[in-house]
Design a protein around this ligand. Structure first.
Ligand code: C2E
Ligand code: CA
Ligand code: CA
Length: 685
């Protein structure tokens, strides 16, 4: 007798229910699917008998016995005739019959009552089972070997959306199972046959008649007949759709980015590891790219976070489109994406692909009727040469990205030897970022005075970073680093706010209008939000705009004179002064400078140091001063160290000077007496 799910196509008549196949004699009695909740057919005779009082029948039997005894006494007393005796005998007969009938009835009634009690109990049990099944969203199922039919309880047919029927063929039920789960359908039955002692379970998706899909956990165990022959596998099927849905949500949250729907970092790394393993042994190449959007914060600040989100989603989709079938794209965080493309034929093809990606990604984005141009920086590493595992490849691609960003290039490739420099830089970057958060940065102020009477007109604010292990790190080291890592935005904001607040506090305490000169880096100037930030800081610190001088380097202006000029004009409109720092070193075109809305030139200290030392040095400074005068600009000479240098500058009508001769940069607390006029010179450093 075949007992297992032998052939998925086989079909059996629907007339047999599992219970009818053969006397089961099984150890466990399964509740039959539909009967428990339905009362058995009415048994009128039994019910009628049951309702007759038992005491009545007993009384009747006792009365009959008394009647027999009474007739015997009467016969004795009345010394009756044979006819009378015959009559008495007849009465006796009737009485015995009645006694027997009463006793028989009593027995019958007792038996009937027991049956009724059993039925009532069964009904109660079945009702309780029904409640339990409904509450746990489960139903009973059974695969009956002799008839090769499935038997599903009413609860189960309701839950699975299968039309109610007495029995189903293998094919009937299989048809309801999701195609992806069909291969393992029947596992519970075959496992139950292999390990009869245990309960087995599996999870399947069931396709309901209304088109929806539900998840079921199917549990079952083998049941045998009295001879130990396998008769059926039966158990429960529980609707676990709700749990699955929760699991699925958790899965999405833990593995995917909620904004773009792309795999998150952890998921990307897992998949990438798999791809690297697949690649091993083949002669193909795998390209790994890290990329981020330059100045994404500006998009967020100017157009709102929602637009920022849309841009990120568009970039994510673009990446997916470009990478195609063999690509894997992830958003690690914010505007930080990663991608991997496997099965590339040659190293050159991988490099070309990275180049093509960079170009495609730079295409402008059309959003809400506006055209946004986004600039993306990419760093690439290629396996096998640049790393044999996901972590190394990603770290190397990141190094390439940092280098590209620093060099202002849209794309950079990892190169051997980058690690060392990178590690060092990464350490300093980390420390600098911590310093910014923990107050490890401070400002010192170097006086700027009039050249003729050395009267104080203001200070230049200069950053200082003192690190517990590295010591005092000079700005020439950490400013370029902050620029290349993006930390300059926070650093610049800190400097601007602190310097303005300090100057405002001095000015209000002394009722003066001292100037504070703040150095502005190229990256700060590139930001469209910079002018707004300056206006905000002035308003918040209460510093008069004309007391703020922003120093921008000549080379910065020459990067994009037109764009910078527009921004400088807006700053001038606020009332802020603008000085060209390190003048003379940037080979700027005079034609350009003439049209810039600047108020001051600062002669670089290298020229000042050449004064009196060489003929050429004197000539250059003299020429700069003349040019500045002709353009109506004020001049500050930096790095004045000797009285001779000061004298030369004074004679050529240089208005203001700054340098060790007048004073070194000092922390604000060391400047108190000098500022309020009670000390004529600064304390030596
Ligand atoms: P800078 O703007 O040209 O600042 C003047 C530099 O010359 C300062 O160096 C100052 O200490 C130094 N100095 C002043 N007088 C003399 C002198 O008589 N002789 C000599 N040999 N040096 C003198 P420091 O503070 O090391 O700053 C170096 C550069 O770092 C600054 O050059 C500036 O470009 C940059 N920097 C400093 N602080 C900041 C900041 O907060 N933001 C930005 N973006 N750049 C900053
Ligand atoms: Ca400066
Ligand atoms: Ca300078």
């Amino acid at each position: 007798m075949p007992v297992g799910p032998v052939d998925q196509r086989e079909s059996f008549p629907r007339n047999g229910t599992p219970g009818r196949g053969r006397s089961t004699g099984t150890r466990v009695r399964l509740p039959t699917p539909d009967s428990p909740v339905v009362a058995p057919p009415a048994q009128d005779a039994n019910t009628f008998l049951a309702r007759l009082p038992l005491t009545a029948s007993l009384l009747f039997a006792i009365a009959s016995v008394l009647w027999v005894m009474l007739t015997d006494i009467l016969v004795e007393l009345l010394s009756s005739s044979p006819d009378q005796l015959a009559m008495v005998q007849t009465f006796k007969g009737i009485a015995f019959t009645l006694v027997s009938a009463a006793l028989l009835y009593g027995l019958l009634r007792q038996a009937t009552q027991r049956t009724l009690n059993q039925q009532a109990r069964a009904q109660q049990n079945s009702e309780r089972l029904g409640i339990a099944l409904a509450a746990t969203k489960s139903g009973v199922w059974e695969w009956h070997f002799p008839s090769r039919t499935f038997y599903l309880s009413a609860h189960l047919t309701d839950l699975t959306g299968t039309g109610r029927g007495a029995a189903y063929t293998w094919a009937d039920v299989l048809e309801r199972i999701h195609p992806d789960d069909r291969a393992q359908f029947g596992n519970v039955i075959s496992q139950a046959l292999q390990e009869p002692e245990q309960e087995h379970s599996a999870q399947y998706r069931v396709m309901r008649e209304d088109g929806t899909t539900a998840w079921f956990e199917v549990r079952g165990r083998l049941l045998t007949d009295a001879d130990g022959e396998p008769m059926r596998v039966a158990g429960v099927a529980i609707d676990i759709s709700h749990t699955k849905e929760k699991d699925w949500r958790i899965e999405r949250l833990t593995h995917f980015d909620s904004l773009t729907g792309l795999p998150n970092r952890a998921q990307f790394m897992r998949i990438l590891e798999g791809r690297i393993e697949q690649r091993n042994g083949s002669d193909t190449f795998l390209l790994v790219v890290r990329l981020d959007i330059s100045r994404f914060q500006d998009i967020n600040n100017m157009m709102g976070a929602r637009t920022g989100d849309e841009v990120l989603t568009i970039i994510g989709h673009r990446l997916e489109d470009v990478c195609g079938q063999t690509g894997l794209v992830s958003r690690f965080a914010g505007d930080d994406f990663a991608l991997a493309v496997s099965s590339i034929d040659s190293l050159e093809a991988a490099q070309e692909l990275a180049g093509a990606l960079s170009q495609i990604l730079h295409a402008p984005i059309e959003l809400h009727g506006k055209t946004l141009s986004v600039s993306i920086v990419m760093g690439a590493a290629i396996a096998p040469s640049d790393g044999g595992d996901a972590e190394t490849l990603i770290a190397n691609a990141e190094m390439a990205l940092v280098r590209a960003r620093r060099d202002g290039a849209p794309l950079g490739f990892y190169e051997v030897g980058m690690n060392e420099t990178f590690r060092e830089r990464a350490f300093i970057e980390q420390e600098l970022s911590a310093a910014l958060r923990n107050g490890g940065l401070s400002l010192v102020y170097q006086p700027i005075v009039r050249a003729d009477d050395q009267g104080l007109i203001g200070f230049e604010a200069l950053s200082r970073w003192s690190h517990p292990k590295l010591g005092v790190v000079p700005p020439s080291t950490f400013i370029p680093l902050a620029e290349s890592t993006g930390l300059i935005a926070d650093l610049g904001s800190y400097v601007l706010r602190t310097a303005c607040a300090q100057a405002a506090s001095w000015n209000s305490a002394l009722r003066r209008s001292l100037l504070v000169a703040v150095n502005v880096s190229a990256r700060q100037m590139e930001s469209d939000c910079f002018v707004d930030e300056v206006a905000r800081v002035l308003a918040e610190t209460g510093l008069a705009p004309e007391c703020l001088e922003l120093e921008v380097t000549e080379s910065l202006i020459m990067e994009d004179p037109e764009a910078i000029s527009g921004r400088l004009q807006r700053l001038r409109d606020l009332g802020v002064q603008v000085a060209i720092d390190d003048f003379g070193t940037g080979y700027s075109s005079l034609a350009v400078l003439k049209h810039l809305p600047v108020s001051k030139l600062k002669i670089d200290r290298s020229f000042v140091q050449d004064l009196n030392a060489s003929q050429g040095g004197d000539a250059i400074v003299a020429a700069i001063l003349e040019l500045a005068h002709s353009m109506g600009l004020t001049v500050t000479a930096e790095g004045v160290e000797t009285p001779k240098q000061l004298e030369f500058l004074r004679q050529r009508r240089c208005q203001t000077v700054q340098g060790y001769l007048i004073g070194r940069p000092l922390p604000p607390e060391a400047l108190g007496a000098y500022i309020n006029g009670s000390a004529t010179s600064l304390p030596p450093r």
